[in-house]
Design a protein around this ligand. Structure first.
Ligand code: PAP
Length: 342
């Protein structure tokens, strides 16, 4: 059986140039302010936001190399603001001619929305994934990102590509992230440990130290741009999408993206059908979302939980409410942006 012996795997040697680049990247990382991360080892303060250490390299690569095209659509969110939902809604809306909602092979029935709309920093600019930049060119390219407006590549700001920003009230965003973090921890915590860990995370969140935060800079960056350039940035609130099945917001979305619903489509119930296909209830029960994984260490089911407005009341103590309330008032006063919390 000599011939079946495993051939020893010799690691490929990086070229001198690659080695130098890696050294420079390490030195750059070491020069950045650093804080503890809750999902990954660290957060680096890079260009005014707290970037998770595991994607810093990808973010830099995205900023350096991405060439936006006028037809591109970028879905931007702070984590846990309803990204998965926005991806599903946008994909279904702009592809409805190709995939009517009653299509038995609709991609949303067999793929998680994150597979259909890749993240720049987690997928496209992760090792060797740049082929994702060239999907079917016959339709608009659809991407997503968690990075703040100020840090977007110049070509996104200068081209005619469009950005849809979805925000969610900070209390529910916080709890959604907290539940997600708990879900990705390999071993469970006692109730006591959970409480103190959540209080600690809230303390970081209130100082702005959290993935892609501060929350207020993220939201206000896109908010201000949406006021100055309404043709460039569409600002949507999770809570508004929850109202009346999101019909009004879906019409805004479709018009903004130049895929408006016709009167005939509207009368025929096309908007309601998309809303239903993309609803939490339907997506959560699909086999692909119950069992699959679209990123290492992240099961698809973790993207679908309660999807409610006001779930935070089940978690926050009075002192926690006071802490976050004060920060949010201070940061958003006078900006014209308000949130619905319940
Ligand atoms: P991500 O930023 O990591 O991609 P994201 O999709 O933004 O996560 O957030 C997940 C939240 O959106 C969850 O909220 P919860 O924890 O408060 O429940 C999830 O339930 C909610 N969500 C996912 N899909 C939908 C949907 N179709 N409708 C409404 N809410 C949804």
């Amino acid at each position: 059986m000599e011939h079946l012996k495993q051939v020893p795997i010799v690691p490929l040697r990086a070229s001198k140039e690659e080695e130098e680049e890696e050294e420079a990247a390490k030195a750059f990382e070491a020069s950045l302010p650093k804080e503890k991360g809750f999902l990954g080892p660290y957060l680096y303060f890079y260009q005014g936001f707290w970037c998770p250490s595991r994607v810093l390299h990808n973010v830099i690569s995205f900023q350096k190399h991405f060439e936006a095209q006028d037809g591109d659509i970028i879905l931007a969110t702070k984590p846990k603001s309803g990204t998965t939902w926005l991806k599903a809604l946008t994909f279904a809306t702009i592809n409805r001619a190709l995939y009517p909602t009653n299509h038995s092979n609709h991609p949303l029935l067999t793929s998680n929305p994150h597979e259909l709309v890749p993240f720049m920093e987690f997928n496209v600019y992760a090792h060797g994934n740049q082929h994702l930049l060239h999907p079917n060119n016959s339709c608009s390219r659809l991407f997503s990102t968690h990075i703040p407006y100020a840090a977007l590549p110049k070509s996104i700001k200068d081209s005619h590509c469009r950005i849809v920003y979805l925000c969610r009230n900070p209390f529910d965003t916080f709890i959604s992230f907290w539940e997600f973090t708990k879900g990705s921890m390999s071993k469970g915590m006692s109730l006591e440990e959970e409480r103190s860990s959540m209080a600690e995370y809230l303390e970081y969140f209130s100082r702005g130290v959290e993935g892609f935060g501060p929350f207020w800079d993220h939201v206000l960056g896109y908010w201000k741009e949406s006021l100055e350039r309404p043709d460039k940035v569409l600002f949507v609130k999770y809570e508004d999408l929850k109202d009346h099945d999101g019909i009004r917001e879906m019409k805004r979305l479709a018009e903004f993206l130049s895929f408006p619903f016709t009167v005939e489509e509207e009368r025929g119930g096309a908007i309601h059908e998309i809303a239903k296909l993309c609803s939490l209830k339907i997506l959560k029960d699909l086999e692909v979302n119950k069992k699959g994984k679209c990123m290492p260490h992240v099961e698809n089911k973790m993207f679908f939980r309660k999807g409610e407005v006001g779930d935070w009341v089940n978690y926050f103590t009075t002192s926690m409410v006071e802490l976050l309330d004060q920060v949010i008032k201070e940061k958003f006063n006078g900006t014209g942006l308000t949130f619905r919390f319940i």
